[in-house]
Design a protein around this ligand. Structure first.
Ligand code: GLN
Length: 290
């Protein structure tokens, strides 16, 4: 089948759901992923044809897209902070807001960290996107990452390997912070970071149906009556396990900025700062342990 025809079919079937521009970008992602044909080649060679099995793959993708399955899960990969990451339904698709958090950290940690080795802990690592992009950009850092989900850790380990970084992964629940001590008995960290679950049930209607139907709820949702449960556990741990002047970074629920900030203030963190993401929402929080 000629690729141009196939692209036309994608438009007929999907434009109403996603819009023309988005459908084109899905199509080009697929030609690159499955055929190694970049966009420019498709434009130049209008008659480019593909085999029957390849055509079948594209029709399968078309079906998945019709069901609103995220393209990252269909292809099994995405990009985060300029690095390739594998993803599946056991991990959240890395978000641009989280790239902003990583960027903030790299910029504020860099000056000292490239010179000396520092210890970093990522709590609730999922795909490993935070831990791995930090490890990649702070090559002397010693990076640890934990998650409750064995399946998520398997993905994170693959991603660490794929990006050629060495990370120590630990399977433990955030809510069993007391158990973390078993793993980190003699370790204190320079940096602790987390993007824990923070979406409340009452905010469910704001979540896109494709997120709701496909992404792991374990990584997204918290109960309405205790939405900061993970932040409390991590802060409690950070008080004990951060070195003096160590830094704590969180991605946070935009509607709970002040409450989350107060947690750190109450735990005697200094220079506690709430930062906005590119959409102007309270999204990042940082504090320094004294
Ligand atoms: N930002 C994500 C979303 O809106 C939520 C991430 C999280 O719960 N940690 O889907």
């Amino acid at each position: 089948m000629v690729l141009k025809e196939l692209q036309h079919i994608f438009h007929i079937e999907l434009d109403a759901i996603y819009g023309k521009h988005e459908v084109d970008s899905f199509f080009y992602l697929c030609t690159e992923h499955y055929l190694n044909v970049p966009r420019i080649q498709l434009t130049l060679e209008q008659g480019l044809a593909i085999t029957k099995p390849e055509t079948e793959t594209f029709f399968k993708v078309l079906e998945d897209l019709k069901q609103q399955k995220p393209i990252q899960y269909i292809l099994g990969e995405t990009e985060f902070y300029g690095l390739p990451f594998k993803v599946n339904e056991h991990v959240l698709i890395p978000r641009p807001e989280t790239e902003e958090l990583v960027d903030l950290m790299i910029r504020s940690v860099t000056a000292s960290a490239v010179e000396k080795s520092i210890k970093i802990l990522d709590v609730g690592t999922g795909s490993g996107c935070i831990a791995i992009s930090l490890a990649k950009n702070l090559p002397k850092a010693e990076v640890y990452a934990l998650d409750v989900s064995n399946e998520a850790l398997a993905m994170a380990k693959e991603n660490a390997k794929g990006n050629n970084v060495d990370i120590t992964f630990i399977e433990v629940s955030i809510l069993e912070a007391s158990n973390w001590n078993l793993f980190f008995e003699n370790t204190k960290f320079d940096v602790i970071v987390s993007n824990p679950p923070y979406v409340r049930e009452i905010e469910k209607q704001e979540i896109q149906p494709n997120v709701l139907d496909n992404e792991p709820h374990l990584a997204l949702f918290v109960e309405d009556d205790n939405p900061l449960i993970f932040y409390k556990a991590i802060t409690y741990f950070a008080v004990k396990k951060l070195k003096t002047n160590g830094k704590l970074y969180f991605e946070i629920n935009q509607y709970l900025g002040e409450e989350t900030k107060q947690l750190l203030v109450d735990a005697n963190f200094e220079n506690v700062e709430l930062l906005k993401d590119l959409n102007g929402n309270d999204r990042m929080l940082k504090g320094v342990k004294i």
